[in-house]
Design a protein. Structure first.
Length: 248
């Protein structure tokens, strides 16, 4: 097991935290223009992408040589479905910058190809040289990617059933429609293989999950607690998500 080393940065507002995450991503890409980025979806990430687009439009950063691997994708949704994470990434980020879309990857999420699709995704990440920086949000129940409570610390990309709490939390992205009940997600082990992990959590609804992620050692009840075993994790929190334990 690796030595745990994490840093926490706490900001007064969610936007300040998102801006700091964007600045960190930009410095990574400037230092390594062909960086392999692990990307995340969720409302928390929307201001990060907005700041990255603004920086690109100012001429501060280019994404043309970057490759990206998203954490997860709903199973059974066509990429063109507005609820798919492919559509979401196009709409929120890829369509607005100079990224080469042939180097942007999400797990292949047809229901019938799931087992092979997981292995293929792992192989593609290795082929790309591994993930330099994995951007990560956290679910209210402590999930990372779509690794729900009970996921194994060495799990890899696979088909998973979504927890009731996740279905309820994500219903807002489906305009009254039904959230798909399963997804293909990088495993906890896949996430831990990234060279650096940058976690962004904002809002009071995440405070308990953030606290549990830092308590004791790994517990399958809080998948994010696995991050304690990684040697390079940066947490970016707003004051609402930071438990009193971390308040300055
Ligand atoms: C989603 C995603 C996660 C994300 C989390 C939080 O279900 N699969 O990768 O981190 O839940 O989402 P939000 O930022 O909308 O709270």
């Amino acid at each position: 097991m690796q030595t745990s080393s994490s840093q926490r940065h706490i900001f007064p507002t969610s936007d300040a935290a998102a801006q700091a995450v964007a600045a960190h991503i930009i410095s990574t890409v400037k230092a390594k223009p062909n960086a392999v980025l692990g990307l995340a979806t969720g409302a928390t990430m929307e201001p990060v992408y907005a700041h990255l687009i603004a920086a690109y439009k100012r001429g501060d950063v280019r994404f043309s040589d970057v490759s990206t691997f998203n954490l997860d994708e709903y199973a059974g949704l066509a990429p063109s479905d507005p609820g798919s994470y492919r559509s979401t990434m196009d709409r929120l980020f890829f369509d607005h910058v100079d990224i080469d879309k042939t180097k942007t990857f999400l797990p292949e999420a047809s229901l019938d190809a799931s087992a092979a699709a997981g292995n293929d995704y792992e192989a593609m990440i290795i082929q790309a040289g591994g993930i330099d920086l994995q951007l990560l949000g956290i679910g209210r129940n402590g999930h990372i990617g779509f690794n729900e409570p009970g996921s194994a610390i060495d799990s890899r990309t696979r088909l998973v059933e979504l927890h009731e709490d996740t279905l309820a939390a994500n219903a807002r992205f489906f305009d009254g429609g039904k959230v798909p009940g399963s997804a293909i997600t990088m495993g906890i082990g896949t996430i831990l293989s990234a060279r650096e992990i940058v976690v962004l959590a904002t809002g009071a609804a995440k405070a308990d999950a953030v606290r549990d992620a830092h308590c004791g050692s790994f517990s399958p009840d809080c998948p994010a607690s696995a991050l304690q075993t990684h040697n390079h994790v940066l947490w970016f929190l707003d004051s609402a998500a930071a438990s009193t334990r971390f308040a300055a």
